[in-house]
Design a protein around this ligand. Structure first.
Ligand SMILES: Cc1cc2cn([C@H]3C[C@H](O)[C@@H](CO)O3)c(=O)nc2[nH]1
Length: 224
């Protein structure tokens, strides 16, 4: 590809539950030099001026969910706006899953006070209407919550060890309503559903299917 300076890259959001294999999926595309990978800035959430907001949030959600989700949204917005010179940009999650999955769950479960939810929702609406955030494709890594739960246990990220299966089931339903059932909120792009229950060996075939679709679409964009 020729390096694109000023036109928008073909932008893909990789969405899915905790433990659905997003990082593994994104790493598969590191082999392609013409794709910019933007993985979730978890390390920024774990160390904001020395504060581990992720840990604080999991330890005392009612007290810290607001600050945590406000900072997550800021870091996601920063990633959305990051200039890209490659023809394709893959992002792990988006401000949409922030609002439609995580913040939505925290509001429905009462973790967020209605006034806190209103503030986060106003920020989302302002960003959504005032700042052009393009997406050309959403890849949804669909997992059975039980499989996601087992992976979280195996991955053993310290802050997540207290995450109950029920939380994953609720997050799964929110992802399904948003991306598959389309009963909850608008989808910013067409959705490609990947069966992410497959284990690592089988799933590479599944990825190749998306690789073809993503790169073919990217070629269309670049050659336009
Ligand atoms: C956009 C967005 C990502 C995201 C991740 N998380 C949590 C889930 C995982 O435990 C960890 C890394 O994804 O952060 C969250 O609580 N709220 C979020 N909002």
């Amino acid at each position: 590809y020729h390096k694109m300076a000023n036109t928008k890259p073909f932008t893909v959001f990789v969405e899915g539950n905790i433990g659905s294999g997003k990082t593994t999926f994104l790493e598969h595309f590191r082999q392609f030099e013409d794709i910019t990978l933007l993985t979730e800035p978890v390390e920024e959430w774990r160390n904001l001026r020395g504060w581990n907001l992720l840990d604080l949030m999991y330890k005392d959600p009612s007290k810290w969910a607001m600050a945590f989700q406000a900072y997550v949204s800021l870091t996601m917005l920063d990633m959305h706006r990051r200039p890209t010179t490659t023809p394709v940009k893959l992002m792990e999650r988006s401000i949409y899953s922030a609002r439609y999955c995580f913040v939505e769950h925290m509001q429905r479960s009462g973790i967020l006070h209605p006034a806190q939810f209103a503030v986060l929702d106003e920020w989302f609406r302002f960003i959504h209407t005032e700042i052009p955030i393009e997406a050309d494709l959403i890849v949804y890594l669909k997992t059975d919550p039980k499989i996601a739960y087992e992976r979280i246990k195996r991955r053993a990220r310290s802050e997540e060890q207290c995450v109950p299966l029920s939380y994953l089931e609720e997050l799964h339903k929110l992802h399904e309503d948003w991306l598959v059932n389309r009963t909850f909120a608008e989808c910013p792009a067409p959705v490609l559903v990947i069966d992410a229950d497959l284990d690592l060996s089988q799933i590479t075939e599944e990825y190749k299917k998306t690789e073809h679709q993503i790169l073919r679409k990217a070629v269309d964009v670049v050659m336009r």
